[in-house]
Design a protein around this ligand. Structure first.
Ligand code: AVI
Length: 372
């Protein structure tokens, strides 16, 4: 039976939970995905049948989410809704903005300390090493760690886990091109609603939860995700956690409200998405991107604020909404951490901190934790 907390999470996030394998031809070209359990057929990516099924599941999840979040007071929508194709493209742009420091800061820490991190995580070099990445996205930073792993072991496997098959495909292509010697075992899975079930591994597993993705979850959700992950690891395995740190308010606000308005477009894209996918008639020009620093909860909050009194309907969800001027929809939290907060979170779920690496300003931390 699901606990009520798990049930709430399950309602909030997409639920496409199949284990998949990537197929390649003899030249290593990506041919398609198959379910692990039925690893018998070659499927061309372009004709990947379950796309319809995935679309239907997404529409169902979107419908449930607007029926929950837009009727509630205060109104809210879950941040997974940002990431359709356009939202993912906008997010990639955000990661390159001068104001958005987390991505390049984390990349610089990885570039400087990848060998030290791998050495700390992988004590017995004679054993195979498996890197399992939650929310792999395009795996653009992961190659730095995989390269370091290949410097100490010639048996390295990479298990990217992501709810989005397109992102996984890109991750696999990126890694396969740069590091063809890495064995790839991608898993399409929403690790929030469907806890990971890793195959037993005769070697060391290093779980990666980087990109400060943990920051988009409440402390309770973060604990649940890490506890589930912890349950899949064995003595000697480790977790590398990336966290954005509390810092001055101006820097934090600028990172989520850039001068070029890309983060604003990313936030407003949720309304365009509802127009495209659920027959809504939001006029995005009548909403504005609002960002605030909640110092009590230690988090950046993103909201969409109605600039006027207006009516909106979402036909496919049978919703008629009335917005008052300045009424908001809360779309994202991005929690920021302190050293004590990271330690508390990790020890609460059964990990022991083994090492931390930071940039010179202390803006971002990578923490290596092992099973306590
Ligand atoms: C994906 N996540 C870690 C980003 C963050 O910083 O919370 C999402 C984001 N939202 C606005 N800008 C970036």
């Amino acid at each position: 039976m699901e606990s009520s907390q798990e049930h709430t999470l399950a309602q909030t996030f997409l639920s496409t939970g199949n284990q998949m394998a990537v197929l390649r031809d003899s030249l290593g070209t990506l041919k398609g995905f198959v379910k692990m359990a039925t690893y018998v057929q070659t499927v061309d990516i372009g004709h990947f049948a379950p796309a319809d099924e995935r679309e239907a599941l997404t529409r169902e999840a979107l419908t449930r989410e607007v029926q929950r979040g837009l009727i509630a007071r205060p109104r809210s929508l879950s941040p997974w809704m940002f990431y359709d194709a356009e939202g993912s493209r906008l997010f990639e742009r955000i990661t390159t903005l001068p104001e958005y420091y987390p991505t390049r800061t984390e990349r610089a820490i990885l570039a400087g300390y990848a060998d030290a991190i791998i050495a700390a995580a992988h004590g017995d070099r004679s054993l195979p090493l498996r890197l399992v990445e939650l929310g792999a996205g395009t795996a653009s930073k992961t190659c730095i760690l995989l390269e370091a792993a290949l410097r100490v072991s010639d048996d390295v496997a990479y298990v990217p886990v992501d709810v989005c098959p397109d992102a996984l495909e890109l991750a696999c292509q990126n890694v396969a091109c740069a590091l063809p010697e890495v064995r790839m075992q991608p898993i399409v899975r929403n690790y929030v609603t469907h806890p990971l079930q890793l195959d037993l591994f005769d070697g060391t597993t290093l779980a990666l939860y980087i990109g400060t993705s943990i920051g988009n979850f409440s402390p309770e959700e973060a604990q649940l995700i890490l506890r589930n992950l912890c349950s899949q690891l064995q003595t000697g395995d480790a977790l590398l956690l990336g966290t954005d740190m509390v810092k001055d308010r101006r820097t934090l606000l600028a990172a989520y409200d850039d001068n070029d308005g890309i983060t604003g477009a990313f936030n407003l894209n949720i309304l365009h998405r509802l127009n495209r996918e659920l027959g809504a008639n939001f006029d995005a020009a009548c909403f504005r991107h609002r960002v605030l620093w909640n110092s009590i909860e230690c988090r950046i909050e993103m909201h969409l604020e109605s600039t006027q009194e207006q009516d909106v309907s979402i036909d496919d969800a049978d919703l008629d909404l009335h917005f008052m001027p300045r009424e908001t929809i809360h779309t994202e939290n991005s929690y920021k951490f302190t050293d004590q907060g990271i330690r508390r979170l990790l020890t609460q779920v059964g990990f022991e901190v083994r090492g931390t690496w930071k940039d010179s300003r202390g803006w971002y931390t990578l923490t290596l934790a092992c099973l306590g």
